[in-house]
Design a protein around this ligand. Structure first.
Ligand code: AMP
Length: 121
């Protein structure tokens, strides 16, 4: 069982901001922006690679819930970023898929650590 399953099961505490039958959302313990909320499906998939092609709603619901949260909190028009990290190069550390919602300030560019622009593959 992953850390996030334990949060879903209320075995470890979290600052939960939204929950429905499909997903849960809670504040990231190490925020990378003034608003940093994780949207986690209750269905178990370790990485985005594991989501079946015939189940795109697993991922879609996370994005739609993040947008609804942004509207409800009043920062949808200012803007926000959603991110899903996958495996080593993506920087994934918890192997239950989740979507990061980052907001609350201009976020700058993203990708390489210091903004360097590598040759495209
Ligand atoms: P990732 O690196 O994409 O797998 O994201 C995992 C995220 O989970 C990181 O941003 C962590 O800060 C966050 N995290 C780890 N443990 C907890 C926790 N107990 N409660 C909330 N967020 C957590």
């Amino acid at each position: 069982m992953t850390l996030f399953h334990k949060i879903i099961q209320r075995e470890i505490p979290a600052d939960i901001v939204y929950e429905d039958e499909h997903l849960i959302a809670f504040r990231d313990i190490a925020p990378q922006a003034p608003v940093h909320v994780l949207f986690v499906p209750k269905a178990t998939y370790a990485t985005l690679n594991d989501v079946p092609a015939d189940a795109p709603e697993i991922v879609g619901r996370l994005a739609v819930a993040a947008a609804a949260y942004a509207r409800a909190q009043g920062f949808a028009e200012d803007g926000y970023r959603i991110v899903m990290n996958c495996n080593g190069d993506g920087g994934q550390t918890v192997f239950q898929i989740h979507l990061h919602l980052l907001a609350g300030a201009p976020l700058g560019r993203f990708g390489t650590p210091d903004g360097a622009r590598p040759a495209q593959l």
